[in-house]
Write a protein that binds this ligand. Structure first.
Ligand SMILES: Nc1ncnc2c1ncn2[C@@H]1O[C@H](COP(=O)(O)OP(=O)(O)OP(=O)(O)O)[C@@H](O)[C@H]1O
Length: 322
């Protein structure tokens, strides 16, 4: 059953298309990473889901309700940690949570919530004296009130240290285990990959890929760079700028020449031995062989760079192309 669905979702501000024809499906109970650089369109998408703004075209649904037709029903089922939230400086942490409980007509124990977000010791401190990370934890605690079916978290890691993020990941996993859907929007890949079941990558308003983190990793395992260090005193007749015919090999996607080495991008690991033979056949002497694995960071950078200029799309096995 789907928790969140968008179909051709588009939002224009004048000439600017903040999101373009976004088709997205998030299943119930999954922790879904909504990934993209600044200005990608993440907050715009979230604002449409909450009916804070209306789409120019397309539609969205949250737990089968259309936010435009039934905004109240949608918001009642969502716990939201917004990108920009405001706290009341003079109210304590506990008073904030009590306020959220009353607003939601919920029966939560405020101290239990404060404990879960690591603020038990600061419950009676005024929010005006909280650090940024403490404020973020408090806003997250308020989002948990009433055990919402969908948690929408816009940049939840902002201001939170690595230990804190570990606690928050545990908390989000508990939420998913009780059946909640977690929609985790972030530009920080390392946060998303550590917790999410599936991720999508949005850039310039367009959905570039949807995949499991595992499939993204698998696709990277088959993408590597072979670095061949050549004899520093090669045959003087050897053309150092030559690509050694490597680009004629299928699955060699790029060749870069440094002073003493060749960096050969391989789309398939099986091509490496053919590449080495090809270089040696031209009379060059290979003195060292190294393999650089691509990281998820590389993939994210590649997906979100020049996507509008016809860069080659990256397939994520088992994932969808958007
Ligand atoms: N009210 C608005 N009027 C005009 N343009 C807007 C408005 N809101 C957003 N935009 C533009 O829409 C695009 C998407 O913005 P959005 O805030 O959705 O990105 P984002 O992915 O959430 O970015 P960030 O990670 O920085 O929060 C940006 O180019 C932004 O400038």
């Amino acid at each position: 059953m789907t928790a969140i669905e968008t179909d051709g979702l588009t939002k224009r501000y004048g000439d600017l298309e903040a999101i373009s024809d976004v088709d997205l499906t998030v299943e119930r109970g999954e922790i879904f990473g909504f990934l993209g650089p600044n200005g990608a369109g993440k907050s715009t998408t979230i604002d449409v889901l909450l009916d804070f703004i209306r789409p120019t075209a397309g539609r969205a649904s949250v737990l089968d309700d259309d936010p435009q037709e039934n905004p109240r029903a949608v918001r009642e089922q969502i716990g939201i940690l917004p990108d920009e939230y405001s706290l009341y400086d003079r109210l304590t942490g506990r008073e904030h949570v009590v306020f959220a409980i009353e607003m939601n007509d919920a029966a939560d124990d405020p101290d239990e919530i404060l404990e879960r977000v690591g603020l038990a010791d600061a419950a009676d401190q005024r929010a005006g004296d909280y650090s940024k990370g403490m404020g973020q934890r408090l806003a997250l605690g308020m989002a948990l009130v009433g055990d919402p079916d969908v948690l929408i978290l816009d940049e939840p890691s902002s201001g939170i240290d690595p230990n804190g993020m570990h606690e928050i990941r545990t908390l989000l996993r508990e939420e998913a285990d009780r059946g909640a859907t977690v929609f985790f929007s972030s530009h920080a890949l390392e946060q998303v990959e550590a917790i999410c079941d599936r991720v999508c990558v949005l850039d310039d308003g367009e959905l570039l890929a949807v995949s499991t983190v595992e499939n993204l990793r698998d696709s990277l395992d088959s993408r590597s760079v072979l670095v061949l260090t050549l004899d520093a005193n090669p045959d003087p007749d050897l053309d150092l700028n030559d690509d050694h015919g490597l680009l004629e090999l299928p699955d060699v996607t790029d060749v870069e020449r440094t002073e003493t080495a060749l960096r050969i991008e391989c789309a398939d690991p099986g091509v490496k031995s053919a590449a080495i033979s090809r270089v040696e056949d031209t009379g060059a002497s290979v003195v060292d062989i190294d393999v650089e694995q691509a990281s998820l960071e590389d993939l994210f950078a590649e997906l979100t760079t020049d996507s509008t200029e016809g860069a080659d799309p990256i397939e994520t096995p088992g994932g969808e192309r958007a």
